[in-house]
Write a protein that binds this ligand. Structure first.
Ligand code: PMP
Length: 436
């Protein structure tokens, strides 16, 4: 294989040693540490198009895409141009600026339920602020979330969370006061009966239901037909708000995110965004009904703020990215994800490895188990050791997968046929490695 990568990575290993001496675990976000798959996390030095290059000089086809933002591929020329232009004019003003208006207009134009939007710097801030706003609007305190959904590291949402919490098999986070956790009710995903039961009992105390529009943080688990409509109906009946977290799906699944598929009958009151809308920079947002958003400071009593909110460089990168998120791109992402998902399915079938491939639009994931996955219990019931062997065989063949069995594979418009060929040709041997 001309793309084979040595399985040791001495320069990465040396950096990891230095990093550990100054940073917990040597990483600034836990899943990057390769804890569940073992081995040396690769320190990257550059990225272009569909590729990442590490400090040992190895090149990988990237199927993580910075966990979602890099929908156009790395170092896209239009995004770099916009960033250079913006940075040359100054990197932060601490005042309103035109880019913020343009980005907000773009979001409002794409996503009908969003009448007003506020920009923040991370998905965590977006969900944290949306929940505060829902509590302020309703005067209630309970929040309902679903097991396996990840909404960032907000105290009250770090209960039965997906993503790194699932990868590291953590029950919940230490440091979240029991009083705060008890304000969060966790339900199984895609279970309308459980939802109705909780609302029948405590519906008048629920400020909001927060849901990943389609779950991507326990692997790809779309809402069952009718589930989002049931969320809308039940919350409305009890005067609670529906918060749809589209930090991962927003502007990735379609021009209007996952909402673009489900449409009017399921319109949420509030939505959260991040990842793609920042074009690889820290920009995120929450928005929704004008009457709810009117409660935010400075117009209303719900406080929310940020030194770098609406940063001129980040908003320039986000705008340039969204301007290239057109129907042609979404068509290509569908094609690329179908090609890769089918090839993974075929290779694992040929090697007789129990598996299940699921899609959330162009996001997809491979569960190392048989049978449909509709909730967190099923997602957790997989052969993570088999995934670890598969992951390392792919890495050695120059393919960078998410280092966790609980994460989606992210494709980009820059994944050309050469990059796809590299992935497809690596799959059969990786599937045999998974078989053990
Ligand atoms: N919500 C969802 C659905 C996410 O996928 C994530 C991040 N993976 C977040 C919120 C948190 O975003 P951030 O990491 O930018 O804080």
């Amino acid at each position: 294989n001309p793309h084979a990568v040595p399985s040791d990575a001495p320069a990465s290993a040396a950096l990891l040693d230095r990093a550990r001496a100054v940073t917990p675990g040597g990483v600034n976000s836990p899943v990057r540490a390769f804890r569940s798959v073992g081995g040396t996390p690769r320190f990257m030095t550059s990225a272009r198009g569909p590729h990442l290059t590490d400090v040992d000089g190895n090149e990988y086809v990237d199927l993580v895409g910075s966990w979602g933002p890099m929908i156009l591929g790395h170092a896209h020329p239009a995004v770099l141009d916009a960033v250079h232009t913006a940075a040359a004019r100054g990197t932060s003003f601490g005042t309103p600026s035109e880019n913020e208006v343009l980005l907000a207009e773009e979001i409002v134009a794409r996503v009908d339920p969003v009448e007003r939007v506020r920009l923040v710097s991370s998905g965590t801030e977006a969900t944290m602020s949306a929940i505060r706003l829902a509590r302020g609007f309703t005067g209630r305190s309970l929040v309902v979330k679903f097991a396996g959904h990840y909404h960032g590291h907000v105290d009250s949402l770090l209960v039965a969370a997906g993503s790194g919490v699932a990868t590291l098999a953590l029950p919940d986070s230490a440091g979240v006061p029991a009083d705060m956790a008890s304000e969060t009710l966790v339900l199984p995903y895609n279970d309308v009966a459980a939802l109705e039961a909780v609302f029948a009992e405590r519906g008048d105390q629920v400020a909001c239901v927060i849901t990943e529009a389609a779950a991507g943080n326990m692997g790809a688990v779309p809402p069952a037909p009718g589930f989002t409509e049931a969320l809308r109906r039940v919350t409305a009946e009890h005067g609670a708000l529906l918060v749809s977290d589209e930090v991962m799906t927003g502007f990735r699944c379609s021009r209007a995110g996952w909402w673009g598929f489900e449409g009017v009958d399921a319109a949420p009151d509030l939505m959260t965004f991040g990842k793609v809308m920042g074009g690889g920079f820290p920009a995120a947002a929450f928005g929704g009904r004008a009457d709810v958003m009117a409660l935010l400071a400075p117009d209303g009593p719900v406080y929310q703020a940020g030194t770098l909110s609406g940063n001129p460089v980040a908003t320039a990168a986000g705008l340039a990215t969204l301007q290239h998120c057109d129907d042609a791109l979404y068509g290509r992402l569908d094609e690329v994800s179908r090609t890769l998902a089918t090839a993974a399915d075929d290779a694992l079938t040929a090697a007789r490895v129990p598996h299940r491939v699921q899609h959330v639009s162009s996001m997809f994931s491979v569960f190392f188990r048989d049978g449909e996955v509709t909730d967190y219990d099923a997602a957790r019931d997989q052969d993570t050791a088999a995934f670890g062997r598969f992951f390392h065989a792919m890495l050695d063949a120059g393919v960078y997968l998410p280092p966790s069995a609980f994460e989606c594979w992210f494709v980009s418009g820059a994944h050309d046929d050469a990059a796809l060929d590299r992935v497809v040709s690596a799959l059969p041997a990786a599937a045999r490695a998974a078989a053990g």
